[in-house]
Design a protein around this ligand. Structure first.
Ligand code: TXA
Ligand code: MG
Length: 363
């Protein structure tokens, strides 16, 4: 049954590099009166509300269907605003902000009193970032308040990289969507916890681990549940976030071997009469010719910027095509590869780790 929209949602085009002041003023007015505005950042579209208003923030949780235990990132226009939302700003936070802001890095710090517990899901820490997008920055400045914003998708869906994705998920739930075209990075920010003894990446994202380590030295990465080393599928082991309609299976290991395993699995699934798709790099396409399946490409395997940018859109496309099985390749753990792997792992109901026949350990 179609849901009756709770309110009309207006989609307003805005110049990405030089936003029209009157459009920004209109959006800022919505934020100031406690409404919701979806806006572009350099990573994905966010669903914004006045971070200092518990009532406005509560509307974010309602619109997304997001559980109250999941805290929201606070967006600021510059590093001076850090001290308004964080109780303490350690030296290392200043150094990181200086180096990487505006940009896809979120810092977890002790929460200032001014930030309502609704935003942080009752935690005494707050996640804060300064987005590298003229529209986002202009909106925060014009609103005159920090903006709390999760990704602007229904909870459990892939993050939106276009205004249309936001509309598909949240029509009738949000007053205004600012449409500045596709977001340049395509995966969410890197979340770095600075309240631990060792800075810890809670979520790999648009800022690669290597870039952080160049400034900080070694950082820790919060471990996801791992697939068993046996190469057997591991259903149910992973904390799923984005759960597509289809059963997604991620293949880890040397490219040639993974391709071969994917082809065999695809053949078997097609023979069982399922609608099968492979989510692969441009150069993988040849390996799947002659099979009755959908091939969705996300760019050359060595161009992770393109792969990241296209990843969520590809998952949405396959969902719209009502695929039953998606077999996805891995893109390694260097640079943006780590964030790409993380998103695919979370979407997967199964991870298969392959190795060369003569290897005792998977790569
Ligand atoms: O790129 C991004 O980060 C996008 C754009 C819109 O800024 N936002 C985004 O928000 O991805 P969301 O809510 O989808 O993801 C925020 C992540 C979640 O994993 C959440 O648990 C974590 O940040 N987070 C937020 N506050 C936290 C806190 N105080 N401590 C630990 N993790 C926190
Ligand atoms: Mg999200």
């Amino acid at each position: 049954m179609e849901e009756v929209p709770a309110m009309p949602t207006q989609v307003v085009p805005v110049r990405s590099d030089d936003p029209e002041p009157e459009v920004i003023a209109q959006a800022a007015a919505v934020i100031r009166r406690g409404g919701l505005v979806a806006f572009p950042t350099e990573t994905v579209y966010g669903l914004g509300a006045d971070a200092l208003s518990p009532a406005a923030v509560a509307r974010i949780f309602d619109a997304k269907g997001r559980p109250a235990y999941d805290p929201i990132i606070v967006h600021v226009a510059d590093s001076e605003a850090l001290s308004r939302v964080a109780q303490e700003v350690p030296q290392v936070a200043c150094r990181l902000a200086e180096t990487f802001w505006p940009g896809p890095l979120t810092l977890v710090l002790p929460r200032a009193e001014a930030v309502p517990p609704t935003v942080t899901a009752g935690r005494d820490t707050v996640a804060v970032r300064c987005p590298d997008h003229p529209v986002a920055l202009a909106l925060i400045q014009a609103a005159g308040t920090p903006i709390a914003a999760p990704s602007a998708n229904r909870f459990g869906g892939p993050s939106p990289t276009t205004a249309q994705h936001v509309l598909d998920d949240l029509a009738g739930q949000v007053e205004l969507i600012l449409d500045a075209g596709p977001t340049p990075i395509g995966v969410e920010s890197t979340v770095l916890d600075l309240t631990q003894a060792v800075p810890t990446i809670l979520r790999p994202g648009g800022l690669p681990r290597e870039a952080l380590e160049a400034v900080l030295g070694p950082v820790a990465v919060l471990e996801q549940a791992k697939a068993p080393e046996t190469g057997l599928p591991s259903p149910g082991l992973l904390p799923r976030h984005y759960a597509p309609q289809a059963q997604l299976c991620l293949f880890l290991g040397p490219t040639e071997v993974a391709r071969e395993a994917m082809r065999r699995e695809a053949q078997a699934q097609v023979a069982d009469g399922r609608r099968v798709a492979v989510l692969v790099a441009d150069e993988d396409v040849e390996a799947f010719t002659g099979l009755d399946l959908t091939v969705e490409t996300v760019g050359p395997a060595d161009d992770l910027t393109t792969v990241a940018r296209r990843l969520f859109g590809a998952l949405r496309t396959l969902d719209a095509q009502k695929m039953e099985v998606i077999l996805a390749r891995d893109f390694g753990s260097r640079g943006l590869g780590l964030a790409i792997r993380d998103r695919l792992r979370r979407a997967a109901s199964k991870v298969v780790e392959v190795s060369r026949p003569d290897d005792t350990q998977p790569q």
